[in-house]
Design a protein around this ligand. Structure first.
Ligand code: EPU
Length: 432
């Protein structure tokens, strides 16, 4: 069993570099399926979700290489074989294979996606979009089958603002006949990034980044070269970490405009956030004030930063409340933080945290990707050595996290431990 061991209590300083955006990467890679010649994507993060997507593209006949963050994808010989099981179950974003394969082959069979459990995560809006474009969609033994004689542009109003549905419908619509209009579309920067790639491949897309996106279908798309945007969630995680344990940290390769909601909330807490052109500097935070936060769709406060931010709240004076309006069950980390002496409780869709509380080390479990990031920050704050388990969640989204934090002076290492002897020591621990 692989774990992270974090010895807390040290102040960190220096510069930490942000990678390409995971949630863009997982859409840009499937988008390449729609081209009739090679696509090159630069700046991709070396995370397990990206490697899994590489394997999926190879399964359908793509020729793919991935080195130093650059992926070369030759989609010419890809075929529409069904993908009911296997790699598609490893990540949520495999749902983009539906839109991309439907767009290219007018046919796809994709197993229901995996990914973090954060409460119900339906894909009804994706399916509503595919059906509006003319696809027949069925759920057969846990896999979604999509079939169309031809795809025709349509007006689609999303009942829920959804990143995944917005991108998936764009993927299916770029090669459809006529115009598609997506209303109540999501506005996340990752949507603009995918639209930029598709546009450079020859697609006609207007309005990406606003709530109405218009797509005029074209006959074919060609290869191109694309550089991915920086990961605003990784950047946000580092900003929160800098406020929690920093002694002057520069976060490099960030678009400060993408960080506005977090920056505003950090400032409200008393953190001095200094924006550069492509970097953010956070000096040592002296005193943190309790505040309330509500997650919202972009440009609101990102749900993906709710869990790391709640760790910072344990260090603020007073009672803070963080409400997640996007995911009802994204609070499993609160129990783990309580093991580390935090004072927090979950009420409905909100966590209420009282501080400041000195955290103490414990053996904790990363229940999902961002919970894992939250526990790393908690471990860096805590007195003693914290062991974080189920780190595969973390490695789905944060590349070289151990090395990056070591670069700031953190005492963190990745270790393989024997599950049997560690279970015995757990027993000893809980018996005390
Ligand atoms: N929803 C529906 N029906 C749908 C689609 C979504 O009801 O058909 C609901 C969801 O249940 C949720 C809300 O709409 O309550 C928003 O979901 P959205 O579709 O926007 O989420 P997603 O596309 O599945 C992406 C990111 C998530 C991030 C959310 C919200 C990817 C691969 N994932 O998920 O990222 O939390 O948008 O911003 O892009 C993460 O990075 O840790 C992560 C979970």
């Amino acid at each position: 069993m692989d774990v992270y061991k974090v010895k807390g209590g040290k102040r960190l300083s220096g510069t930490i570099k942000v990678n390409g955006a995971k949630n863009s990467a997982v859409a840009l890679i499937p988008a390449s399926i729609l081209a009739n010649s090679p696509v090159q994507i630069e700046g991709l993060p070396e995370i397990s979700d990206v490697w899994t997507l590489k394997n999926i593209l190879e399964e359908i006949g793509g020729e793919v290489s991935f080195e130093d963050g650059t992926m070369n994808i030759d989609p010419t010989n890809m075929v529409d074989i069904p993908l009911p099981n296997g790699n598609v179950k490893k990540l949520r974003a495999s749902y983009y294979m539906m839109g991309a394969m439907l767009g290219r082959f007018k046919h796809a069979a994709i197993g229901l996606p995996g990914g973090c459990f954060l409460g119900p995560r339906p894909i009804d809006q994706h399916i509503k979009g595919f059906e509006a474009l003319g696809a027949k969609v069925t759920n057969e033994h846990g896999a979604i089958y999509l079939r169309a004689d031809e795809l025709r542009g349509a007006k689609i109003y999303l009942d829920v603002v959804s990143v995944g549905a917005t991108i998936n419908i764009m993927l299916a619509a770029v090669l459809a006949k006529g115009q598609t209009v997506i209303e109540n579309a999501a506005k996340e920067p990752e949507i603009i990034d995918v639209a930029t790639l598709l546009t450079n491949m020859g697609a006609k897309i207007k309005g990406a980044g606003t709530n109405v996106i218009r797509i005029d279908g074209v006959e074919e798309l060609h290869g191109t070269n694309h550089t991915i945007i920086p990961d605003r969630i990784e950047a946000g995680t580092f900003m929160i970490m800098a406020a929690a344990v920093g002694d002057g940290i520069t976060i490099d390769n960030v678009i400060p405009f993408h960080m506005e909601a977090l920056t505003a909330k950090l400032r409200e807490m008393g953190v001095d956030v200094q924006e550069g052109e492509e970097s953010i500097y956070i000096p040592k935070a002296e005193k943190l004030q309790a505040i309330d936060v509500k997650t919202l769709v972009y440009p609101g406060f990102a749900t993906d930063l709710q869990q790391p931010f709640s760790v910072l709240m344990t260090q603020a004076t007073g009672s803070s409340m963080i409400t997640d309006t996007i995911y009802s069950a994204r609070f499993k980390h609160i129990d783990e933080l309580r093991r580390m002496n935090a004072s927090g409780r979950v009420e409905g869709r909100a966590a209420i945290i009282t501080g400041p509380t000195p955290l103490t080390s414990a053996t904790v479990v990363a229940s999902d990707l961002r919970a894992g990031a939250a526990l790393i920050i908690a471990g860096l704050l805590a007195d003693g050595e914290t062991e974080i388990r189920e780190i595969y969640h973390i490695e789905r989204g944060y590349s070289a996290i151990v090395q990056k934090l070591q670069g700031l002076g953190a005492d963190i290492r990745r270790e393989t431990i024997d599950p049997v002897s560690s279970a015995k020591s757990d027993f000893g621990h809980s018996a005390n």
